[in-house]
Design a protein around this ligand. Structure first.
Ligand code: C5P
Length: 246
């Protein structure tokens, strides 16, 4: 079945980026459920600072000078609210909103179908990481001009890592060389398309799919503020950070 696609309603909201050399497209994946937050709505619509969580990523990426166009991927039935939200923010770069899939990778694949064929670079960002900055976008774009197919922002792993079997600790894993990958992740468009064309099983990020298809991935400094909202405590913390920013 074809995904339901809701184009931005007014034609002037559709950017004429087709054929623009150097165009950078962003895909904001926002189709995950809010179950772990105890919500009856997608996590992207959890309230944060008086507006839905998704608003923060749209707003920040729309104002980011490195981004030319944006595609939002929403849960089924939430495409219209996502487009209305983009209109409320007066976002000028949101091209369309498409229905996501049952996994994150399937949602990215759905978003990719909306990206013009000659886009050079595609950024994929989790709506669940609201505090995306221009600085991190700039950092992930850099290595794409140096022979890399993709770039991930990473932060050091802070906790000691254990492998467990049920309640028993089996092993303490060395955290030397281990980092945690965040988003936005940036890719040369053909490399991301290749990565997303095959088997998507067990892919928790896009870089792993590009790695599987032979792509070279660089790691750059991430941002501790780019934490992902998973629990109510994360939301409360972000609420406090945003109040401090405001
Ligand atoms: O579930 P998790 O927080 O790891 O998801 C990361 C991001 O991927 C979130 O922004 C979520 O909305 C998105 N996602 C999606 N489609 C899914 C699952 C997750 O767009 N089926």
């Amino acid at each position: 079945m074809e995904p339901v696609v809701h184009k931005a309603s007014a034609s002037e909201r559709r950017l004429d980026v087709s054929g623009t050399a150097g165009s950078v497209w962003g895909i904001i994946v926002a189709a995950g459920t809010g179950e772990r937050l105890g919500l009856d709505r997608p996590k992207a619509f959890a309230p944060l600072g008086g507006r839905p969580l998704l608003a923060e990523s749209i707003d920040r990426l729309d104002r980011c000078p490195w981004v030319d166009a944006l595609v939002i991927v929403s849960a089924a039935g939430w495409e219209e609210p996502a487009i209305l939200l983009a209109e409320e923010i007066v976002a000028t770069k949101v091209v369309s909103c498409v229905t996501g899939g049952t996994t994150r990778a399937e949602s990215v694949r759905a978003g990719l179908q909306e990206v013009v064929d000659d886009a050079l670079v595609i950024l994929v960002h989790d709506a669940a990481r609201p505090l995306v900055s221009n600085a991190v976008v700039e950092r992930v774009l850099g290595p794409l001009g140096e022979g890399y197919d993709g770039v991930v922002p990473v932060v050091p792993v802070q906790d000691t890592l254990k492998r467990v079997a049920g309640a028993a600790v089996v092993e303490t894993v060395s955290r030397t060389d281990l980092v945690a990958a965040q988003t936005p992740q940036a890719f040369l468009a053909p490399a991301l398309r290749r990565g997303l064309a095959g088997d998507l099983t067990d892919a928790t990020d896009c870089a792993s799919l590009v790695e599987r298809t032979g792509g070279r991935i660089a790691a750059v400094d991430g941002d501790p503020w780019l934490m992902k909202v998973t629990t109510k405590a994360d939301l409360a913390l972000l609420e406090a950070i945003l109040a401090g920013e405001g």
